[in-house]
Design a protein around this ligand. Structure first.
Ligand code: HEM
Length: 520
């Protein structure tokens, strides 16, 4: 037998042993869970767009209980739906769980120059979060409000046309146009509305549809392939929607830098007022010191060292990119679910319309008025409880071996929340957990829910940074629609909604009629 055959044989056996060792991780620990197959574990279950993997977690929870283990390619993940456990990991032991699970195709969270808030971890994340947080200050949100208002007016024109035809329309399509238009104008340098003619829409839709399927699957099993895919897509971005969008973001940033340079040359003084997120990121400065390296002392206790207090060119691209993706899909889905639930519950819709009429009597709606819409807030929160659409990011990576409520967790293990089970848990929500009841939010139980039982926007220091912007967009649009129309189901409405998705959990369609209100 030649030496090369021997080496090939030994390598194959080595590889097989490595993958069987990972696959059998939970078996060796005596932790229950669905096993799948060596090499894969159950990773393939999360790539089926028609049957969202995040809903499968619920089926497994019924079979294996509130804590069980899965493997996904080379990743080992503990699935949990116990509120105390979630609170412990996301809040109390954040020092031990400050990373998220990432796919190698997204780049090494410690080295990738374009690491963004969702993928970064440790001190890099802390620095990015500190520099990005002022973007969503009250002052900036008030400024963004005028862009949101203009976009609402534009969308209302399209909805008026649709309503005049008296037919049901797929509101998901309209909401996606709306949220992409807003984020395009506040994060991409877009100067006018591109609603229903936005060339970026098919690309972003592609990311949330099948765009990520094969590369994510292969990279999850063979991390080296992820690095190769990444290099390849960076070189030929038009092949893959996410990289294509990243290069569009880069062009927008370069354009702004050229404009600034031209203004400077022409002696035009900067106004000092940021136009949008691009300006905010370019001018962001942190007035705190940062930690240089993670040390054995733990994340929060490391020594302070001076590092860059300003975002780099690549970091700005990373943040704009993630704001675009995170801001587009989630908010459109949340609007869709709220509209569907209102159409299915006319008495709740009526109560909400009464609040809207009372608090917002004029055609223009102000920032202060929408903050007074308490029942609207309850409706949106309840819709997010029933449809926790972004639960894929409800995970943390264990960065230091620890014990959580008696369970020993090794460094490198992920903890993923089965949020759909948690959000319907009668022990947290009561026996009416399956009912859409916004009133439950009026009872003052909010603090109880927040103790690990409710996390549509996540929990702890890594809670969604865009939450207030999303709430503002949703309240503003729903107010304008409900002043004029009533949502009604039609024969084309899918009841119950058929849910699809891989990165987020989406309704396949939300076909509703917009019936004009007689009082208007
Ligand atoms: C209804 C709309 C939205 C929902 C349901 C949602 C949900 C979430 C969730 C569940 C997380 C993970 C939190 C955690 O791990 O604890 C998250 C993180 C994040 N979201 Fe949102 N989000 C929404 C809107 C937005 C918007 C409008 C933006 C930006 C324009 C945004 C940007 C981000 C970013 C950058 C992170 C990462 C934060 C970090 O790790 O520090 N999101 N979001």
């Amino acid at each position: 037998m030649s030496l090369s055959i021997l080496i090939a044989g030994a390598s194959f056996i080595g590889l097989l042993t490595y993958y069987i060792w990972i696959w059998s991780f939970w078996i060796r620990k005596g932790v229950k869970g669905p096993r799948g197959f060596p090499f894969f574990g159950v990773i393939h279950e999360f790539q089926d767009y028609e049957n969202p993997g995040l809903l499968k977690l619920g089926e497994w929870t019924k079979e294996y209980g509130p804590i069980y283990g899965i493997t996904e390619g080379v990743e080992k993940t503990l699935i949990v739906s116990n509120p105390e456990f979630v609170h412990e990991v996301f809040v109390k032991q954040f020092d031990n769980f400050y990373g998220r699970k990432t796919n190698p195709i997204q780049g090494d969270p410690n080295k990738n120059k374009r690491a963004h808030l969702v993928s970064a971890q440790g001190h890099r994340w802390k620095r990015l979060r500190t520099l990005s947080s002022p973007t969503f200050s009250n002052k900036n949100l008030r400024k963004i409000m005028s862009t949101v208002e203009e976009t609402v007016v534009e969308l209302m024109r399209h909805l008026d046309d649709a309503s005049a035809k008296g037919k049901a329309v797929d509101l998901l399509d309209y909401y996606q146009e709306f949220t992409l238009d807003i984020i395009g104008r506040i994060a991409m340098g877009q100067t006018e509305s591109l609603m229903f003619r936005n060339p970026m829409l098919p690309k972003v839709k592609g990311i949330f549809k099948d765009g990520r399927k094969l590369p994510f699957l292969v990279s999850g099993i063979f991390p080296i392939a992820g690095t190769m895919f990444r290099e390849f897509f960076m070189r030929f971005p038009s092949i893959q929607p996410a990289f294509d969008i990243m290069s569009t973001v880069e062009k927008a940033l370069n354009k702004r830098l050229e404009q600034r340079a031209a203004d400077e040359k022409a002696g035009i003084e900067p106004s000092g007022e940021p136009q949008d997120f691009i300006d905010l990121f370019l001018d962001a400065r942190a007035n705190v010191d940062f930690f240089e390296e993670e040390s054995a002392l733990g994340f929060a206790k490391t020594e302070i060292a001076k590092v860059d207090k300003q975002l780099t060119f690549d970091e700005i691209i990373g943040q704009l990119f993630v704001f675009l993706l995170a801001g587009y899909d989630t908010t459109a889905l949340s609007l869709s679910y709220s509209s569907y639930l209102l159409a299915r519950h006319p008495e709740i819709q009526k109560k909400l319309q009464e609040e809207v009429d009372r608090e917002c009597p004029n055609p223009e709606v102000t920032f202060d008025q929408i903050s007074k819409l308490k029942y609207m807030e309850c409706v949106v929160k309840e819709a997010l409880r029933m449809y926790p659409l972004a639960s894929i990011v409800h995970n943390r990576k264990c960065m230091k071996e620890t014990n959580v409520l008696g369970v020993q967790i090794e460094k490198g293990t992920n903890v993923q929340v089965d949020t759909w089970t948690l959000h319907y848990d009668p022990k947290v929500w009561g026996e009416d957990a399956n009912e859409f009841r916004p009133e439950r939010w009026e009872s003052g139980d909010e603090l109880f829910y927040a103790k690990g039982g409710y996390l549509p926007f996540g929990m702890g220091p890594r809670i969604c940074i865009g939450m207030r912007l999303a709430m503002m967009e949703k309240k503003m649009l729903l107010t304008h629609i409900l002043k004029k129309y009533t949502f009604e189901t039609s024969t084309q409405t899918e009841i119950p909604l058929k849910l699809v998705g891989s990165a987020t959990t989406a309704p396949r369609s939300v076909m509703l009629k917009l019936t004009p209100r007689h009082s208007n």
